[in-house]
Design a protein. Sequence first.
Length: 258
Amino acid sequence: MEQEHLRELLEKLHDKYNRPEFIEYDPISIPHRYSRPEDIEIGGLLAATIAWGNRKAIVKSGVRMMEYLDDAPYDFTVNASHAELSTLSSYVHRTFNGQDLTHFILALRRFYTIYDGLGGFFQKEWRATRDMRTVLSRFRSAFFAFDHPARCEKHISSIDKGAACKRLNMYLRWMVRCDGRGVDFGLWKEIPARALYLPIDIHAGNMGRFLGLLTRRQTDWKAVEEITANLRRFDADDPVKYDFSLFGAGIDGYLKEN
């Protein structure tokens, strides 16, 4: 596809799907339940953590997870007693279970005690490194710095092992991008949108290959870097806005039609 035609397609799909109507059926609807920044941060990370598989099932499980947290994720995270934490044991979404949720809450509690919250951590590390790849690595290390079941570690991908880190990159898109369209939150204003990397899974990878934005066959971190670099040619300041475009191309059946 010629570059100008590709640009027009990407912009058209971005405009079509980056709108409030997108929210209801997407995992981002979970943090959109809240107005308090801390609730948005925590609800967003937990929703992103379980965001694989059927979107309808993800949203349903995300709502149920918030109900386990009394629909007040920040207050529950910092104040829940041992007895209240024990009520999480029956939660399950695919391979993410109550044990995982309990230890995620305890890890998040430490972030709000030690690092001034998730936003505080990510923005501090960005100021120190100016490299989101390093920030992703440091976040995972900090999150699992204390005692935890080894099984929990599979729920946060490791960039150091070459993972695409789709869910973390999606979460960062939610928290960082601010374009006034009402989907992404733009809470973490110290991190520029140009620093973000595309959230890529098998579906986005296949669409990227079809559109000529990706040549790498594996869906790993090297693929993330390649496709993000190519998208920066169309918008250097906000390449990840085209996450909506790749999603939209899939919904609109571009692969099936061609």
